[in-house]
Every structure is written in C-alpha cells, then in structure tokens.
Write a protein that binds this ligand. Structure first.
Ligand code: CO8
Length: 258
C-alpha cells in the first residue's frame, strides 16, 4: 500500500507511525485511518517489532476527524459505510502495545485515537479536547466512553459539554496521560519506552496488555479471575523459565519470544 497520509518507519524493534497531513493539522480522514490499519497489520506480522509508537507533528497530533469530508454526510452514508467501526476498531485489536506520543492538539477524533492506544505520552505543549459539541454533533470514536473511564465523569462531562481543552499538566493529573515530556524529547522518549517494552518477552507483554484492558471491560471479580488464569498460563512460557532462571543465576535474561 502506498502511504499518502502517514509515514511508516522502524527504529530498532519499534514501529513508528507519524500522522502526516500537515496542511490540515493531521485531520483524520478515511484513507488515513486505513493506512494506519495497514501499517499496524505489517508491524503485527513483523517478528522484529515488539512495540509501536503513533505520533503527529509538533503542532497537532490530530485536530479531529476531517470536518470537510464529513460535512455533507447523510445518516445513510455514515451507517452504510460503517463509519468508524469499519477501520478505527483496528487500533483496538492490535495485540502489540501502542504508545501515542502527543504534541499540540489532540482534538475530537485525535483525542479518541490517542485514547485507543495503550498509553499516552504528552509533550508539554499537548492540548486535549472533545469539541464536537461546537459542530452540532458528539464524539463518535469512543470519547464519551473512554474519557469517563480515564478521567472520571466530572471532567469528561466538562470536556464534552463545554468543549474546553485540557493542557498536558491537567491531563496528567487527571490520569489521561502517563508522562509529560519536553516537546523536543517527546518522540525520542516514546521510542525509548517502546524499546524497553520490545526487549521483554512478547507473550508476557501481550498478556499484560490484555489483562490491563480487561479492567475496563469487566467487574473486579471477573478481571481478577482473568488475570489469575492468564498468570497461571504464563508458567507455560519458555520465557518464564528463562526470566526466572536468569534472576536466580544473577544474569540478564535472553528472551526467546520477542
Ligand atoms: N478537519 C479538517 N480540517 C481541519 C481540521 C479538521 N478537524 N482541523 C484543522 N483543519 C484545517 C483548517 O481548516 C485549516 O485549513 P486551511 O489552512 O486550509 O484553512 C488548517 O487545518 C489549519 O487550521 P486553523 O487555521 O484553524 O489553525 P488554528 O491554529 O487557528 O486552530 C485548531 C487550530 C484549534 C485545531 C482549529 O483548527 C480547530 O478548532 N479545528 C477543529 C477541531 C475540531 O472541531 N475537531 C473535532 C472534529 S469532529 C470529530 O473529530 C468527530 C470524531 C468522530 C470520530 C471520527 C470518525 C471519522
């Protein structure tokens, strides 16, 4: 596939996707999301990749769905075209960890795209918002659902109903972002973190991702049961034998399944 809206690179064992529609503040159109999905397919198949970083530009991670492209949609266009479900969900099904490295605006679908990733690293310039109400619509790619789970109902309502933006410091305090990083170090630090993740046993990493995500999908009892069963199954991994033997022998582990 030819990429016209994103740049796809590898940095060691990390797959890097850069959203690249600079003239439109990385507004997310259907082609761009298809391209992200295709890049994720490639990284998932590639055994040399253990983690993924998605980033944008200094000005904007993404300023939302492409308003011009959507403006004249009818209900039938959106419903028949399976808008959002058709290609956005691909981010959710990726089994390798994804870090969103956000600088500048992450608005509407841009904020939702970041929340579909496993964690968000924010530059000190980052601004998060769900301003769809100003357009006479509502968030449509998870904003009304993931935001309350991430930052609670009070702040989610505030953002979705008033369209106010949240800066990086508030987003970190509220639990939306994992780290705040000086803008000029953002991508580098995200790649460093992804490189650490990619150095571990991939099956263990995937089990952790799956288990943490379970916390958002189930009751505590169900989630704990899922974690326990998954933990038990980890003793079937060759890398568990290696990881624990290496600790006992006071050496570095050499994981086979990275
Ligand atoms: N869509 C299309 N074009 C955009 C978008 C967008 N979301 N955001 C910015 N652009 C374009 C502008 O039209 C402008 O283009 P041009 O130079 O040709 O006029 C260019 O990017 C630069 O933008 P501005 O001149 O406005 O730059 P400013 O620095 O003054 O402002 C802002 C930056 C604050 C980001 C401003 O552009 C803005 O408010 N953008 C719209 C933000 C928004 O409302 N986002 C929500 C969109 S709706 C949505 O995301 C619904 C998600 C549902 C799921 C997705 C399903 C596909």
């Amino acid at each position: 596939m030819e990429y016209n809206n994103i740049i796809v690179e590898t940095r060691g064992r990390v797959g890097l996707i850069t959203l690249n529609r600079p003239k439109a503040m990385n507004a997310l159109n259907d082609q761009l999301i298809d391209e992200v999905g295709h890049a994720l397919d490639g990284f998932e198949k590639n055994e040399d990749i253990g983690a993924i970083v998605i980033t944008g530009s200094e000005k904007a991670f993404a300023a939302g769905a492409d308003i011009g492209a959507m403006a004249n949609y009818s209900h039938m266009d959106a419903y028949k075209g399976d808008y959002i479900t058709r290609n956005w969900e691909r981010l959710k099904t990726c089994r390798k960890p994804i870090i969103a490295a956000v600088a500048g605006f992450a608005l509407g679908g841009g904020c939702e795209l970041a929340m579909m990733c496993d964690m968000i690293f924010a530059a000190d310039t980052a601004k998060f918002g769900q301003p769809e109400v100003k357009l006479g619509v509502l968030p449509g790619a998870g904003g009304t659902q993931r935001l309350p789970r991430a930052i609670g109902k009070a702040k989610a309502m505030d953002m979705c109903l008033t369209a106010r933006m949240m800066d990086a410091a508030e987003a970190e305090r509220a639990g939306l972002v994992a780290r705040i990083i000086p803008a000029d170090r953002l991508v580098e630090e995200a790649i460093e973190a992804a490189t650490i993740i990619a150095s571990f046993s991939l099956p263990a990493v995937m089990m952790i991702k799956e288990s943490v995500n379970r916390a958002f999908e189930s009751s505590l009892t169900e989630g704990l049961l899922f974690e326990r069963r998954t933990f038990h199954s980890a003793f079937g991994l060759e890398d568990q034998k290696e990881g624990m033997a290496a600790f006992v022998e006071k050496r570095k582990p050499v994981f086979k399944h990275r």
